[in-house]
Every structure is written in structure tokens, then in C-alpha cells.
Design a binder for this molecule. Structure first.
Ligand SMILES: [Zn+2]
Length: 420
């Protein structure tokens, strides 16, 4: 049952709903953020009030938080109703909107922006925090990864033993951040992108890491001894299985591609198990997740099967390149550099495009010439540099499959065009 609310909170809910409805009428979007902002203006304590009595799981990471939150929500739904910020609005207004949308839900699976996690953890009193990875993302506007790690570390120091952290043992920045918490479940989710975690977060020495390519290799600091913790859960070295605490290996058959999603499923299943859900049941729910806000979506454009992939920073592009490098589909890459993307696109020089050479590629987006220079340098064959990302499709044999990797705003525009 939902907790009873004081008059101010009820007023806030009403005002928020009215603002959201007005925003939708004016076609300014889906209304969640506007409605949530109004709610918090009227009652700044509303998040705390609405969170009371719910079993809340907050999920944060640079990459994979929307997907993992969706997996956890699916698993929790096997036990009851779940409040969930489906649209990825992941700061205060989005969180309050999600909690207000289903006040009777006994569970919550809430994605939270990395910088806002400490405040949201304090306000909600969430009993599970899922911490996955911290890598460079939109550096010219976001916080530096080390600063985010320090904020999470300070949060963990304040937690009581009522809150359990589930943390990725393969990201040194996450391990260092989570370690002060009284209760941590370590999950080997894998970390293949290690460029942002070369140095020890504790003392600054260069970390030693076995370069076996598995993503779950042990790492340690030779100076202070910080090291990959013993894991309760882990993916297998080939990233095709999830090993549970009793040693059973589950084999995921995910609809989502790539090894990162096996890692996402591993920590989602671990979180669900913490709520008393059988791992096999939780995994079955994770397997049903198909697309996340249009990411990974399969559609058809002019008779070509098209898959849309989001590559928003070096780590996520690196994973997408692995997926497209083995798919056999024609590749279109799209780069913008607007505010939401980060205005400085120089990070594309950190993406290991060389691994795709000499694959043919079509290049598009507002910063297509920057990207074309990068891909040409990497040894890919430029088939076309076009303003319209879909222009190259006309020259392909009928029915040939196409993968499109685009960064944030380019992805959103494409999704609006190709997803009916
Ligand atoms: Zn160290």
C-alpha cells in the first residue's frame, strides 16, 4: 500500500501531473521532466516521501545503466509491481516522476545519473545500489571520472548496513568507490575498456593487469595493494555464461547483442537475487529485454534490415565496434557534436577503429569530416561521406543488412526517422 502523504505532497503531485499534461499538449516532449521539476518545487521532500516503504534499487554507470535497470525491472516484475524510469530521465525530476507514477509499487528499479547518485541514494534511502562502470563521457560538460569516483566513495562511507552495494569488480574506479560501504556484493561484470582506469584510484600508481582479453582478469596496484576483489557472481572468461555464488553457470540467451550485455545481465540477476528472486527466473526476464529506448532496435529501411546502435563515448564505441565487426552487415557511422554529445569530438581518436580495417564504411552526421579523417587514418575504406546517414543505402544490393552506429543526438534523430 502507498504511504499516506501530507497535503503539501498531494498538492505537488497534482501540480506535477498538470504541468506534465500541459507539456504533452504543447508537444514539448513526454512531460516527465517538466512534471517532476514542478513536483520538487512544490515539495522538495517528495522523493523521500514517495520512496518510503518501497524496496528501491538505484542503478548508475557511464554505460549500460538504462539496459541494466530495464533488466532489473523485468526481474522484479516477476514478484510484484515496479516503479521504473522507463524513458531514461535519470536526475531528480525523472526519479520523482517514476516514483509518483506507481505509488502502489512495492519495488523500484531506478536509473540514476552518475553525478546525482549520492543525493538520490540519500533522499530515497534505497536498499540496493548497483554500480557498474565509470569512463570518460562528454568530458567538456560532465564531471571527470575520478571526481565521480570520489563522490561515490564519499557516499559509500555514509551508508548503513541496510543498503547493499552491488559493484563491478572489474572496474578499479568502482571498486575503490564501493569499498568503504559496510555491505558490498562483488560482481565480475567485465571491463574491456581500461584506458580510463590505468592508474590506481587510491594512490596513483600504474595498475597491473593480466592482458588476457577476458575483461575479468585480476588487476592490482603494486604500491598500495588495491586489487580486484573476490567475486560472488561473475561472467565466464568467454562472456557466454554467468556464474552464480553456488558455482552454477547460467547460459544467457539475450536478445541484446555483445558481451557487455552479458555483464549487464550478471549484475541484474545478482540484484534480483538480493530481492529473493531465483537467478534462472531473473535471467529469463533479462532475456526478454529487446531494445532500450530504441538502442539495438532492428527495423527495416527501403527493404534493408537495419540495426541502430548507440556509441556515445570511447568505451561504448569500442563495444559497438566489436558487435558490428562480426555481423557482416554494411556499416554506417554517424557523429554529431552538439551540447548533449559533448562539443569536442576529439575523443574519436581514442576509439580503436583500426580493428575494423579495411572494412568499408559510410560516414555521416554534422561532424562527418572529422570522423572521415579518423576512419581513413584507421585504414577503413570510405564508401561515402554524406549529409544524410541513410543516403548510402540506395547503393547497396537489395536486402543487404546495415548496422548504424551513431552518437547521442544523431541517434535520437535517426530513431525518430526509422522507428515507426
Ligand atoms: Zn594503489
Amino acid at each position: 500500500m502507498p504511504v499516506s502523504l501530507p497535503p503539501r505532497a498531494r498538492l505537488a503531485l497534482g501540480a506535477g501531473r498538470a504541468a506534465a499534461a500541459a507539456s504533452r499538449l504543447l508537444r514539448r516532449g513526454r512531460g516527465q521532466v517538466v512534471g517532476g521539476r514542478v513536483m520538487l518545487k512544490v515539495d522538495p521532500a517528495l522523493i523521500t516521501r514517495l520512496a518510503a516503504g518501497k524496496q528501491l534499487t538505484l542503478v548508475s554507470a557511464t554505460n549500460g545503466k538504462s539496459t541494466t535497470t530495464r533488466m532489473i525491472a523485468g526481474a522484479l516484475r516477476t514478484k510484484g509491481r515496479v516503479a521504473h524510469n522507463l524513458t531514461g530521465a535519470n536526475m531528480g525530476p525523472g526519479v520523482v516522476t517514476a516514483l509518483a507514477a506507481d505509488r502502489a509499487a512495492g519495488f523500484g528499479a531506478i536509473e540514476v545519473d552518475e553525478a546525482h547518485l549520492p543525493a538520490m541514494a540519500a533522499q530515497t534511502g534505497a536498499t540496493q545500489l548497483v554500480l557498474m562502470n565509470l569512463t570518460r563521457d562528454q568530458l567538456d560538460r560532465g564531471s571527470e571520472v575520478k571526481m565521480l569516483s570520489r563522490r561515490w566513495h564519499a557516499m559509500a562511507e555514509q551508508l548503513s548496513d541496510k543498503t547493499i552495494i552491488l559493484a563491478n569488480a572489474d572496474d578499479p574506479l568502482v571498486v575503490w568507490a564501493a569499498r568503504p560501504a559496510p555491505s558490498v556484493v562483488w560482481v565480475g561484470c567485465g571491463q574491456w575498456w581500461t584506458d580510463d582506469a590505468a592508474l590506481c584510484p587510491e594512490c596513483g600508481a600504474t595498475l597491473e593487469r593480466a592482458a588476457d582479453g577476458t575483461g575479468i582478469a585480476p588487476w592490482r596496484c603494486p604500491a598500495c595493494g588495491l586489487a580486484r576483489p573476490q567475486t560472488a557472481w561473475s561472467i565466464t572468461p568467454d562472456a557466454t555464461g554467468i556464474v552464480t555464488p553456488d558455482g552454477t553457470t547460467l547460459t544467457p540467451h539475450l536478445k541484446l547483442p555483445g558481451r557487455v550485455n552479458v555483464g549487464n545481465a550478471a549484475i541484474a540477476v545478482a540484484a534480483a537475487a538480493g530481492r529473493g528472486i531465483d537467478p534462472a527466473v531473473a535471467l529469463a526476464a533479462c532475456e526478454q529485454v529487446e531494445d532500450v529506448d530504441g538502442r539495438y532496435i532492428n527495423t527495416t529501411v527501403d527493404g534493408h534490415p537495419v540495426r541502430l546502435l548507440l556509441g556515445k563515448n570511447p568505451a561504448s564505441w569500442a563495444e559497438m565496434l566489436r558487435i558490428v565487426g562480426t555481423s557482416g552487415a554494411a556499416l554506417v557511422t554517424v557523429l554529431n557534436a552538439r551540447g548533449q554529445d559533448g562539443r569536442d569530438p576529439s575523443w574519436i581518436w581514442d576509439v580503436p577503429f583500426e580493428q575494423l580495417a579495411p572494412m568499408p564504411v559510410w560516414v555521416s552526421g554534422e561532424r562527418r569530416f572529422d570522423l572521415a579523417v579518423r576512419l581513413d587514418t584507421a585504414g577503413l575504406e570510405l564508401r561515402g561521406v554524406t549529409e544524410d546517414p541513410l543516403a548510402g543505402l540506395a547503393g547497396l544490393p537489395a536486402g543487404e543488412a546495415v548496422d548504424i552506429v551513431a552518437n547521442y543526438t544523431a541517434f535520437q534523430e535517426l530513431r525518430a526517422r526509422v522507428v515507426k
